[in-house]
Design a protein around this ligand. Structure first.
Ligand code: DOR
Ligand code: ZN
Length: 347
């Protein structure tokens, strides 16, 4: 038997779905992502949301100031509202500033109140995006109170996404943070204009981890973790070498007291240990050689960007790696198992 692999060098990875927030939280979390990732798609769900090109440009400057000397390129997005202006979107894309637009169904998640209630109202913007090849990142959950929270992604595919793709066939779409076997299969059947991000935490936890033996608020995120069969389907999608699945951590920091709360916020803060945890997961699946595609190659291919020049070297230590439990007032995602993979260098 060949000796177990104990190191891995990949092109520097990117995070295709990241929440950096603003103000003090931005100062805390931006350097954490910039230490490992060369680029990240920056989610626009600030308060107030990033809806115009001018707001995205100003936010980008605040992010660059927060990362200091680290080499990190924030790939900006605009928050789609029912009054978003197609010319503003096109200008922001053509200048190179904005790399995607984010669709939040109103009420679906953190700071989504300004999101879309009636898709018909945003069709002109989506048509323009299709013309210029600007991707739409989709939070794929229906918000109808009658639909069970565990079914919201699957129902979204049938009742919103499929009709939307028929209505605007040329639109490039990323289904963000998929959590179900249905979503993985839908992406596989969707042709070259459809892709999906998968988070680290959805490869690790199912809903039992969140709810059995006590409620664990740091595992609460949206879309909520599903049954084990879905976690396994996501693992297959992420580690199977299929080009239309790539890493989007959805690392979403909240102060610990707002997570450990009678009405706790949704989000897992995984930016710090994501690459170690992914190496652990990919090794478990016998697919360490596929991590490079998932974290470093498939995303740029879909977004039409080059693979990063730098590299990341991961090594498997003899002893478990100790990650800090908290960064400032944010609790770091605890996978519930020991991790031996460590990021040795990022250059
Ligand atoms: O868990 C989540 N947290 N899911 C989202 O869609 C939003 C995010 C946040 O911004 O906190
Ligand atoms: Zn998110």
């Amino acid at each position: 038997m060949a000796a177990a692999q104990t190191s891995l060098t990949i092109p520097r990875p990117d995070d295709w779905h990241l929440h950096l927030r603003d103000g003090a939280m931005l100062q805390t979390v931006a350097p954490v992502s910039a230490a490992h990732f060369a680029r990240a798609i920056i989610m626009p769900n600030l308060v107030p949301p990033v809806v115009t090109g001018a707001q995205a440009a100003a936010y980008r400057e605040r992010i660059l100031a927060a990362v200091g000397k680290a080499q990190f390129e924030p790939l900006m997005t605009l928050y789609l509202t029912e009054t978003t202006n197609a010319d503003d979107v096109a200008a922001a894309a053509e200048s190179g500033l904005v790399k995607a637009v984010k669709l939040y169904p109103a009420g679906a998640t953190t700071n989504s109140d300004a999101g879309v209630r009636d898709i018909e109202k945003v069709v002109p913007v989506l048509e323009r995006m299709a013309q210029i090849g600007l991707p739409l990142c989709v939070h794929g959950e229906v918000t109808n109170g009658e639909i069970d929270i565990f079914d919201r992604e699957a129902v979204f595919i049938e009742t919103v996404l499929e009709p939307l793709r028929k209505r605007v066939p040329g639109l490039r779409i990323v289904m963000e943070h998929i959590t179900t076997a249905q979503a993985a299969d839908y992406v596989r059947s969707g042709g070259d204009n459809l892709a999906a991000t998968i988070t680290t935490h959805h490869l690790i936890i199912n809903r039992n981890h969140m709810l059995v033996g006590g409620i664990r608020p740091h595992y609460y995120c949206l879309p909520v973790a599903k049954r084990e069969e879905h976690r396994l389907a996501l693992r297959k999608a992420a580690t199977g070498g299929e080009a239309r699945f790539f890493l989007g951590t959805d690392s979403a920091p909240h102060p610990t007291d707002l997570k450990e709360n009678a009405c706790g916020c949704a989000g897992c803060f995984t930016a710090l240990n994501t690459m170690s945890l992914l190496a652990h997961v990919f090794e478990e699946e016998g697919a360490l050689d596929k991590l490079e595609g998932f974290a470093s190659r498939n995303g740029p291919a879909f977004y039409g960007l080059p693979v990063n020049d730098g590299t990341m070297r991961l090594v498997k230590r003899d002893k478990p790696v100790n990650f800090p439990a908290t960064i400032a007032d944010v609790t770091v995602f605890d996978p519930g198992f020991e991790t031996f993979w460590d990021v040795e260098t990022t250059i």
